[in-house]
Structures are given as structure tokens and as C-alpha cells.
Design a binder for this molecule. Structure first.
Ligand SMILES: [Fe+2]
Length: 164
């Protein structure tokens, strides 16, 4: 299931290696964080699939609105994810949950469960590095958005320079 979704994401992004790498990194951190948390097998599935596909709306957002802003990714992402996941034969309830997370993944007030929370933390761990955020931004992100003990442990370890 997961390998098929990974391959489809890679093919969907075509030659956009940066976005493919971003998705793979978020997926890796999501797995690492969830391994230290209480999470059901179903939530692990929705988290891992959402991590792989969370930014899948970005190409359509660029095409239609000439923007990569979060809200446009949220609008465009779910329909593309749904199509990919139907092709993979993923069950409807899983697709619905994944689409909810993708459709709200920049709307932090919509976080309603551990799968969504871990996805947001994993995305931040990657974005802090890719966007070369400064120490103050890292501190704010940690205080405001990190909730899981494992996520807090990882952000403190990787970006410890920001907290010393
Ligand atoms: Fe992302």
C-alpha cells in the first residue's frame, strides 16, 4: 500500500525533485515521531499516506492561482489525493481521513487527532531546514505547534542550537 502511494507521488511530481524529496523527508519524520507515540494502526496508515501526499495540491495551485500559498494547496490537494488513492485501491474511510488532513494541513486550528498532529510536526521539522529558519522562528514553532513528546524530543535535538 505505502510503496505504491510513494511511487505514484514520485511519478505525479515528474521532474520536480525538490518536492519529491520534501515529501519523502516528511514521511520519514512522520514515521520516526509516530514510533514513539500511542497511535493505532489505522492512524499510522492515514498519517503515512497523508505525509506522502500532503503537498500534492501544489502543482494545481501554481497552475490555477499562480501561487503556492497554503490555502490553495488545501483547496486543490484532496481531489488529486483521492484519485491517486482510489487507483491504489485504498478503502474509502482511509481516503476521507487523508483528504481531511491534506485539505487542512496549514490550518492548525483544525488539528483534531494524533495523525494530523504528527504530520504537522514532521512538516515543520523539514521546513525549518529547507527554509533556513532563524532561532526565534524555531522557538516559536516549537512552543506553539509541537505537542507530542517524541516530536518535541526531535526538534530539540536537531535544532538544539536554537534553544541554547
Ligand atoms: Fe510540506
Amino acid at each position: 500500500m505505502i510503496p505504491e502511494v510513494l511511487t505514484k507521488m514520485i511519478l505525479y511530481f515528474k521532474d520536480d525533485a525538490r518536492r519529491i524529496n520534501h515529501a519523502l523527508k516528511v514521511y520519514g519524520f512522520a514515521k520516526a515521531i509516530s514510533s514513539g507515540e500511542n497511535i493505532t494502526n489505522d492512524q499510522k496508515d492515514t498519517l503515512e499516506i497523508a505525509a506522502i501526499l500532503h503537498d500534492i495540491g501544489i502543482k494545481e495551485a501554481e497552475k490555477k492561482y499562480n501561487s503556492t500559498a497554503g490555502k490553495y494547496q488545501e483547496i486543490e490537494g484532496p481531489a488529486i489525493a483521492e484519485r491517486i488513492l482510489e487507483e491504489c485501491g485504498i478503502q474509502k474511510t482511509v481516503i476521507e481521513r487523508v483528504c481531511y488532513i491534506i485539505g487542512n494541513h496549514h490550518s492548525y486550528n483544525k488539528i483534531d487527532n494524533i495523525d494530523f498532529q504528527v504530520l504537522v510536526e514532521a512538516d515543520f521539522l523539514v521546513n525549518i531546514y529547507e527554509d533556513e529558519m532563524d532561532a526565534d522562528s524555531i522557538k516559536t514553532i516549537k512552543d506553539k505547534y509541537f505537542k507530542t513528546p517524541t516530536g518535541i524530543k526531535l526538534i530539540s535535538s536537531i535544532y538544539n542550537c536554537a534553544f541554547s
